[in-house]
Design a protein around this ligand. Structure first.
Ligand code: KG4
Ligand code: ZN
Length: 357
C-alpha cells in the first residue's frame, strides 16, 4: 500500500511516499529556516504563505523521487494537529483536495504521535526489525517533551509532559543566551563537542519535580544558564552586590554549551529510569524505547539513550538523522497503522492547534 504523506504544521513543507508503513520511497522537506532566521524564531504569517507556495512543488517532487504518479497512491495522510493553525490549514486543504479528486482515503495524523513512529521508518537498504510492544515513547521536539506508554501503535497513554518549556525550545533559548546562531539546538550540539570543552564548568540543575513525577521542567535550567552568562542579579535586600559573571571566552562558551546539554539529557534519562521502575511495579515491562522529535538528533542524547536502553535491557528505536526533524514520511508511516486500525478521516477533517495524544 502506497501512502502519500503531507506535513505543514510549522516551518517545514514536506511530502513523502511510504510503502506498507515502513519503506520510505521518497522524503522531501522544504525548510523555511532562511525566511525566519532574521527573527530568531518562526513567524506564523510568513510560514503559512511559504507553505502555499511550496506545497504543490513539494508533493510533485515526492511523487517524482518515488517514481510513482498520483494514480498509484492508495491513500493520502496529512498532519492535521498540532501546529500553527495557518500552516496546518495549507496541508489539510491540499490533502483533502487530493484525496477527494483521487477518490482515495484521507487519514489525519497527529504530528506528535507520528514522531514516535519515525524510528520505525526504513531507508532503502535498511533491514526491517520487528517493533515489540509494550513500548515507552519519548517525544523530544521544539514544541513537545512527553513520555508515553504504547501497547500498540494506536493505543497510547501519556505518562508525563513538560510543565513549561519544551526541551528543543530550551536548547534554542540557551543557544541565544550563548550567542550561538539560529538554528540554536544543532549549533549548540556542535559547539559542545569543541575539544577541551568542560561540562563540569557549571553545576546546572536537573529538575526532579516530585520524587515520582514523570513530568519535565526546563525553566530552572534556562534561568541557571542565564545567570552563568549574565551573572546572578543582586537582590533588593542584599548587603553586597553579586559578583559579575566571568568573561565569556570561546572555551567558556563551549563548556557552558556542554554543561547545558549534559543537564538537559540527564533530565530525560532520569525520567526513563523512573518510568521503567514505576511500570515494573505495575508488572508492565516495556520491550522498546521509541524516540522521536528534533532533539533525538542530539549526539549526547543518542549515546545516553542507548546506554539507558542497555541498562534496562530494552531495544532503542531512534530515527535516522533525516527522520528526526519534521518530515512527512513519519506521517505516511503511522497512517498505514491507522488505516489498518480503521482510523480513517473524511472531508470534515479539521486543522487543530493542539495535540490529541
Ligand atoms: O521535531 P522538530 O523538527 O520540530 C518540532 O516538532 O518542534 O524539532 C525541532 C527542535 C528545535 O528546537 C531544534 O533546535 C532541536 O529540535 N534540535 C536539536 C538538535 N537538532 C535539532 N536540539 C539539540 N541538538 C540537536 N542536534
Ligand atoms: Zn515535530
Amino acid at each position: 500500500m502506497l501512502i502519500l504523506g503531507i506535513e505543514s504544521s510549522c516551518d517545514e513543507t514536506a511530502a513523502a511516499v511510504v510503502e506498507d508503513g515502513r519503506s520510505v520511497k521518497s522524503n522531501v522537506v522544504a525548510s523555511q529556516t532562511g525566511l525566519h532566521a532574521e527573527y530568531a524564531g518562526v513567524v506564523p504569517e510568513i510560514a503559512s504563505r511559504a507553505h502555499v507556495e511550496s506545497i504543490l512543488p513539494v508533493v510533485r517532487r515526492a511523487l517524482g523521487d518515488a517514481g510513482v504518479s498520483l494514480a498509484d497512491i492508495d491513500a493520502v495522510a496529512v498532519g492535521n494537529r498540532p501546529g500553527l493553525i495557518g500552516s496546518l490549514l495549507v496541508g489539510v486543504a491540499a490533502a483533502k483536495a487530493l484525496a477527494w479528486s483521487l477518490n482515495k482515503p484521507l487519514i489525519g495524523v497527529d504530528h506528535v504521535h507520528a514522531h514516535l513512529y519515525s524510528g520505525a521508518l526504513l531507508k532503502p537498504g535498511d533491514h526491517a526489525v520487528n517493533i515489540e510492544f509494550p513500548a515507552l515513547g519519548l517525544v523530544i521536539s521544539g514544541g513537545h517533551t512527553s513520555l508515553y506508554l504504547l501497547r500498540s501503535w494506536t493505543d497510547l497513554t501519556r505518562l508525563g509532559a513538560t510543565i513549561d518549556d519544551a526541551i528543543g525550545e530550551a536548547f534554542d533559548k540557551a543557544a541565544t543566551m550563548l550567542g550561538i546562531p539560529f538554528p540554536g539546538g544543532p549549533n549548540l550540539d556542535k559547539l559542545a563537542q569543541t575539544p577541551g570543552a568542560d561540562p563540569t564548568i557549571a553545576d546546572l540543575p536537573i529538575s526532579r519535580l516530585s520524587p515520582s513525577s514523570l513530568d519535565f521542567s526546563f525553566s530552572g535550567l534556562k534561568t541557571a544558564m542565564l545567570y552563568e552568562v549574565k551573572g546572578v542579579p543582586t537582590g533588593p535586600r542584599a548587603k553586597v552586590p553579586s559578583p559579575p559573571a566571568p568573561p565569556m571566552t570561546d572555551l567558556r562558551r563551549a563548556s557552558l554549551a556542554a554543561a547545558f546539554q549534559k543537564a538537559a539529557v540527564s533530565a530525560v534519562t532520569l525520567r526513563i529510569d523512573r518510568a521503567i521502575e514505576q511500570l515494573a511495579q505495575q508488572k508492565v515491562h516495556p520491550k522498546t524505547l521509541l524516540v522521536g522529535g528534533g532533539v533525538s538528533a542530539n549526539s549526547l542524547m543518542r549515546s545516553e539513550l542507548q546506554l539507558a536502553c542497555v541498562r534496562h535491557g530494552i531495544t532503542l528505536q531512534i530515527p535516522a538523522m533525516q527522520y528526526c526533524m519534521d518530515n512527512a514520511a513519519m506521517l505516511a508511516g503511522l497512517a498505514h497503522e491507522l488505516f489498518l486500525a480503521g482510523k480513517v478521516s473524511d472531508l470534515t477533517l479539521q486543522a487543530v492547534p493542539t495535540t490529541g495524544v
